[in-house]
Design a protein around this ligand. Sequence first.
Ligand code: NAP
Ligand code: ZN
Length: 350
Amino acid sequence: MPEALAYAIDGPTGRFARTIIQRREPGPTEVLFDVVYAGICHSDIHTARGEWGPATYPLVPGHELAGVVREVGPGVTKFSVGDRVGVGCFVDSCGECEQCRAGDEQFCDGPGGTIWTYNATGRDGLPTAGGYSTCITVEQDYLCRIPDGIELANAAPLLCAGITLYSPLKRWGAGPGRRVAIVGMGGLGHMGVQIAAAMGAEVAVISQTRSKEADGRRFGASEYHAVSEPGTLRALRKSFDLIVSTVSADQNLNALIGCLKTGGALVDVGLPEHPVPLNLSGLVGQRRILAGSQIGGIAETQEMLDFCAAHGLAAEVEVIGGEDINAAYDRVVASDVRYRFVIDTSTFKG
Ligand code: NAP
Ligand code: ZN
């Protein structure tokens, strides 16, 4: 069985340490690929630290994988050895339910539901282990092709951060003549600004401070607002057709809802630890919409990768080694990342 070097954490207050895990020999329609880079998503941190409930340890997170195919099963038709591929938040689903047939495998209603890339149980009955590892075996239908124009390190975060913003921006009509605000300019948010601008929308960033303003404008925003400045959200009352919030911590959604035009939509993609209070009159009184969105299906993820390549977009990353994961987690929580940490798995050899 192929062995992978990996970084695992052994409990919610633990630290990452190097380990060895086993991967499957590729089955008839499976692909074994070498993970070259793995992004660190804030969801990895919520999961590893038990903020979304108990996780299964030892835990190898990572759902933004970019790499190169090493071996394919005899029935694989979609990929060949040497292809540049990526995997996002899930590695399997039933393929037959209404959601899967609609291309929304992330909402699979089948018996096992969507099988997440880590902290889940795979079709072999074994715990899934994510991308902080040197290789992984995945069914061909759950892989995407990384376009030639995007470096693997900059492509990895697209598999979660990119699709999580692309999907709601497209669904809710970001485009010419529409005013769109992206709240929180971290890993997800910095992709949202770039994608919304490429879709032709007029883009504003709503951040905690102005420390990233120059970057926000470089990513395509024409406005930048800091909530630390008193009166900011009040001044933005009824300003936006669409707001996408990527905030990872508890926040006041009611104030953001007030920034929507009549009939505007606030789509939340952030998943903080605690429930948020909601004042329904802000929605009812202006016929506003509050929605959520979770990543995207495989076909839409491929469409997003091709869109990013066509528009010259990619994640801006800080490449780190396996030994740096613990420190990187603390920096992400402190909003001190420009704009995604990406782990170089060649450092795992020690
Ligand atoms: P991230 O890189 O840490 O970015 C989160 C941003 O939220 C920060 O950069 C910061 O933006 C803002 N923020 C953080 N603490 C805040 C606070 N106390 N008050 C106000 N703003 C604050 O995280 P990420 O990887 O982009 O993920 C963001 C959230 O989305 C996480 O909860 C994650 O679990 C979730 N997520 C959801 C999906 C999905 O499918 N729906 C997919 C991936 C991730 P500024 O510095 O600009 O203020
Ligand atoms: Zn993620």
